[in-house]
Design a protein around this ligand. Sequence first.
Ligand code: CO
Length: 132
Amino acid sequence: MIGKLNHVAIVVPDLEAGTAVYRDTLGAKVSEPVELPEHGVTTVFVELPNTKIELLHPLGEGSPIAKFLEKNASGGIHHVCYEVEDIEAAAAKMKEEGARALGDIKIGAHNKPVLFLHPKDFCGTLVELEQA
Ligand code: CO
């Protein structure tokens, strides 16, 4: 069911330093920081030939990634995002398989419908499904 790896999201304690690691040390193409207030994050998109890395930093009060940073002071991989053709069908399949979704289908950071899945049901990894 899942298709391409759309992105890997990495929470960073210092967005500028994280951007410099990807741009300067690793030589990747990086975007300017993009504020996504409705998601409580500031993002830098790192473009790789076959996928993307998203550097995430908390924005505003009650950011969904603030707790993650409290537990992981130096940052870390937050989630992986796989593309699906039909998010409704994917959600139905997850339910059928007994896998837990975190909340409902929402419009994600790329203005596409996404669904987050419980890490305990997916090898300890938070999984985002995005309708391609
Ligand atoms: Co994501």
